[in-house]
Ligand binder design. Structure first.
Ligand code: UD1
Ligand code: CA
Length: 454
């Protein structure tokens, strides 16, 4: 059987005023990825063949984020906020193409999983016209209630329009819905705004389908899947759920997390086999850690590739563009940015390595700084394999240190150093015999004179 086509419509035209932020709600992030990014990732994984995103007027930043994560997505603008059905109809041109399945999902529901969306689609293949994600929250206040008869869904009643007995129903609308493509437009266009808020409610699709003698069903899921984000508190709660899921997935994949609750992961963090992550480590976007590497405590990594058997930290900071070769070592209080360290290279203490190449087995002494910025532009430092950079050296870029060269401690290197050479660039040591002893003697004489005066 041929795979069913599926259109996902992601509703993201809300203003999110309760976030108290200048940033559009769906651009806030959990686990290092925007709320919209999470939803689009789940949608993409659920076998969707086309994606439409409904945004509000002037929400160019939301459109840009949509394009960034899913270049094939199409944005539609909902000119006025007139309800969830009105929002879905903003994507009418693509609904009219009659895909087999249509998923309507919310952009502010980042914990939705692909498996859940697949479960929501499943009844359509079995002949349903409408399938609704249902859940039983501890407190149903504010949610639409599902009115059912046996396994059939009769209607969804918004709380504002519900009678007392309807409000007593515990089964609630998670908001997301699947519609059969062939009847979707006919149903959506019949939805009216005869309710308390005079909005076009997507939920009315259920009663309309019933009136058209088309079956509607509810698919019950866990509350986390449908958790919507409206406030910063809910954002933090969703972050906690996302982190638990990511930690569990890492543990399941064989990563050793010594204290899982203290490790913060990103939705795209990648681990090889036998990786150890010590307590209190933060992973930002785009980090991969290959087999056997160890990330020691209190390290912060973003945009970094950590090679096989490499050792990072404690207290290391890896910034975007860092690539660490096999068995390389980045020690405490070392910051690396936009730099490739080849196999076996070491920077064990207190260094900044930025815009640099460090050849295999080179040793970067404590306190070495690549001076990559002249206040105007960034410049590169190239350090050949087996080079030895003495402690507390400043390498003023652009500069090259040849393979096997040796830089004396405390040097300020402004010119290239040929392979195999020694470069010393520091003031000559001055020694004055007996100078300190004389100074001390003078001081104690002064003190005695002062005492004898009182
Ligand atoms: C909706 C459901 C309710 C369900 C709840 C679950 C309706 C009428 N009600 O209520 O049954 O229990 O979700 O969380 O569907 N949006 C637009 N344009 C609009 C209106 C909304 O894009 O004109 C988007 C919002 O940005 C949001 C989503 O649709 O992502 C849901 O809208 P919201 O106003 O939060 O719906 P609820 O009142 O929570
Ligand atoms: Ca809501």
């Amino acid at each position: 059987m041929e795979a069913r086509t599926c259109l996902a419509i992601v509703l993201a035209a809300g203003e999110g005023t309760r976030m108290r932020s200048a940033r559009p709600k769906v651009l806030h992030a959990i686990a290092g990825r925007s709320l919209l990014g999470h939803v689009l990732a789940a949608v993409a994984e659920a076998g969707v063949t086309a994606t439409a995103i409904v945004i509000g007027p002037g929400q160019d930043a939301v459109a840009a984020e949509a394009k960034r994560v899913l270049p094939g997505a199409t944005c539609f603008v909902q000119r006025e906020r007139r309800g969830t059905a009105h929002a879905a109809l903003a994507a009418k041109p693509v609904i009219a193409r009659q895909p087999d399945d249509i998923l309507v999902v919310y952009g502010d529901t980042p914990l939705i999983r692909a498996a859940t969306l697949k479960r929501l689609r499943a009844p359509l293949a079995a002949g349903a016209a409408v399938a609704v994600l249902a859940f039983r929250p501890a407190d149903p206040a504010g949610y639409g209630r599902l009115i059912t008869a046996g396994d059939r869904l009769i209607a969804i009643r918004e709380e504002a329009d519900a009678s007392l007995s309807e409000r007593a129903i515990g089964l609630c609308n998670g908001g997301m819905m699947a519609l059969a493509g062939k009847s979707a437009l006919a149903i959506l266009e019949r939805i009216g705004d005869h309710n308390r808020k005079s909005e076009f409610y997507l939920t009315e699709a259920v009663e309309i389908a019933r009136a058209m003698k088309l079956p509607a069903v509810a698919v019950e899921v866990e509350e986390d899947d449908v958790r919507g984000i409206n406030t910063k508190k809910e954002l933090a709660e969703a972050e906690a759920v996302a982190q638990q899921r990511l930690r569990q997935a890492a543990l399941d994949a064989g990563v050793t997390l010594v204290a899982p609750d203290t490790v913060f992961l990103c939705a795209d963090t990648k681990f090889g086999k036998d990786v150890v992550v010590e307590p209190y480590v933060v992973f930002g976007e785009k980090v991969s850690v290959e087999d056997g590497a160890v990330i020691h405590s209190f390290s912060h990594l973003t945009g970094a590739q950590v090679g096989k058997g490499a050792s990072v930290g404690p207290f290391a900071r890896l910034r975007p563009g860092t690539r660490l070769g096999e068995g390389s070592r980045i020690g405490n209080f070392v910051e690396v940015k936009e730099a490739l360290l080849e196999a076996g290279a070491k920077a064990n203490h207190l260094s900044y390595i930025g815009d640099a190449f460090v050849g295999a087995d080179a040793n970067i002494g404590a306190g070495t700084i690549t001076c990559n910025y002249d206040g105007n532009a960034k410049h590169r430092t190239e350090i050949g394999k087996n080079a030895f950079i003495g402690s507390n050296s400043a390498l003023v870029a652009p500069v090259e240190i040849g393979a096997g060269a040796y830089v004396g401690s405390g040097s300020v290197i402004t010119e290239n150093v040929p392979p195999g050479a020694l470069a010393l660039a520091r003031g000559r040591q001055v020694v004055k015999e007996g100078w300190a002893a004389r100074l001390r003697a003078l001081k104690s004489l002064g003190k005695r004179k002062a005492h004898s005066r009182d």
